[in-house]
Design a protein around this ligand. Structure first.
Ligand SMILES: [Zn+2]
Length: 435
């Protein structure tokens, strides 16, 4: 009998590859999906077997926009608009607290939440990403990490040149890494000068890495860009010759007809963050229209401080219902399209072959317990995963064939210790806020 590393048997397999879901088996070998089908136990012998009877076996999620360390700010400034939330709450707290230790502890909490929610890749923009990278590796997931670039001074750098230097050092260090995809991450067109945006693109081109930026997020941003440059964020990017296919634009809420066409033609990817956009009152990105135009849309939660969680199942359900609601068309976006957006589209945007339960794809897999009142009876696993499942239903999470969580227990991180550290930071931050 041929040997494999892992055999998952008798689950409802969601291939996420056009075909119907069916009850069957998935074999994993050397980190990749080796075979998908029925009765695989007859011909394969596995190091480890998982009985998925009554469970859904689906691809894991790729969260395409986060600021993971900001998990430690969750719940602060809850009902403020974006610009007030940034300038009055987040930026002052970041000036005070952000350090490699803060980032490490915040990211551990974030990755614990992500693994429990079935996410095995995330795209992040923040500071001290070297500290983040260590946690990512320890947790056993993968991440695209970008050292945030700004024009104004913070604790991490005093001028654009210094940010760019730190970003360059980061990209140089992690280029070719197996867990970390380095990205160049200028914060936004309203916080970076044309020169900074251009230099950041030169850096991304030099190392052939993605360029991740907040783009056309809110009316406030549109007003600022109009006042400064007398144009829109996308036109500003176009004028600077920055509409290139390596761009992964977070949000992309406010695009007119012409801008959508440019985005489609240039191959820019969208990191859609519906719950953050709703919570900050930024708007609703017309992603069903983007999908029709052939734009590659991925799904992100944004930081926990503006969502306020990293739950991709919830994000997916919010996204798909919003599109039906704003278009007045229940067919505007389907459950299977939503699942593609939350999985394979994200992975592919950064060049990872994952997001389908298909031979040759990286084994990024979740196993979901369907013996739950809100999942019974199970007629349509895809629709029910998207519309009915909850993060707590996810029992087992696998990344590149390695089990990161089994029956609800995360194996790579110390849950109790993470909560203790969260409480340590809570006390420090509260002491500061209370003067
Ligand atoms: Zn963001």
């Amino acid at each position: 009998m041929e040997k494999v590393d892992l055999l998952i048997t008798n689950g409802w397999i969601i291939t996420n590859d056009g075909g119907k879901s069916f009850v069957g088996d998935v074999a994993v070998k050397d980190g990749k999906i080796f075979k998908v089908g029925e009765g695989l136990r007859d011909s394969l012998e596995a190091e480890k077997n998982i009985d998925a009877n009554g469970k859904i076996v689906a691809p894991a999620f790729a969260n395409m926009h986060t600021h993971a360390a900001m998990n430690l700010f969750r719940g602060l400034g809850a009902d403020l608009p974006l610009m007030d939330w940034l300038t009055k709450v987040i930026w002052p707290l970041e000036r005070e607290f952000v350090s490699p230790e803060f980032v490490r502890d915040g990211v551990e909490l974030a990755i614990l939440e992500m693994i429990k929610g079935g996410t095995t890749f995330y795209l992040d923009m923040y500071f001290f990403e070297e500290a983040t990278a260590e946690v990512v590796k320890k947790a056993g997931i993968r991440a695209g990490l970008g050292f945030g670039i700004l024009d104004f001074p913070t604790k991490v750098a005093s001028c654009p040149e210094e940010y760019l230097k730190r970003a360059r050092d980061f990209v140089f260090h992690f280029k070719g890494d197996t867990e970390i995809i380095p990205v160049v991450a200028p914060h936004a067109v309203y916080t970076c000068s044309p020169q900074t945006l251009t230099k950041a693109m030169e850096l991304a081109e030099e190392f052939n890495v993605p360029y991740h930026i907040h783009l056309a997020e809110s009316q406030g941003e549109l007003a600022q860009v109009k006042e400064k440059y007398n144009t829109t964020p996308i036109r500003h990017m176009k004028n600077l010759d920055l509409l290139r296919d390596r761009v992964i634009g977070a949000h992309m809420v406010w695009l007119d007809e012409e801008e959508r066409e440019w985005v489609a033609q240039s191959g820019i990817k969208v990191a859609h963050c519906p719950e953050s956009n709703l919570k900050l009152g930024s708007g609703i990105a017309p992603v069903s229209d983007y999908v029709k135009r052939g734009i590659k849309v991925g799904l992100g939660t944004d930081g926990s401080a503006s969502n306020d969680n990293l739950n991709m199942l919830e994000e997916m359900a919010t996204m798909v219902k919003l599109q039906k609601g704003i278009t007045l068309d229940p067919t505007a976006l389907s459950a299977s399209q939503a699942l593609e957006i939350a999985t394979v589209n994200g992975f592919e945007s950064v060049g990872i072959k994952a997001g389908r339960i298909k031979e040759g794809y990286d084994a990024e897999i979740i196993i979901v317990d369907a013996q739950k009142p809100h999942l019974q009876p199970l007629y349509d696993p895809v629709a029910q995963l998207v519309y009915s499942a909850q993060a707590g239903d996810i029992q087992t999470v696998i990344s590149r064939g390695k089990i990161l969580m089994e029956n609800g227990k995360v194996l790579t991180l110390d849950e109790e210790e993470i909560y203790e550290k969260a409480n340590f930071w809570r006390k420090k931050i509260l002491a500061k806020l209370n003067g």
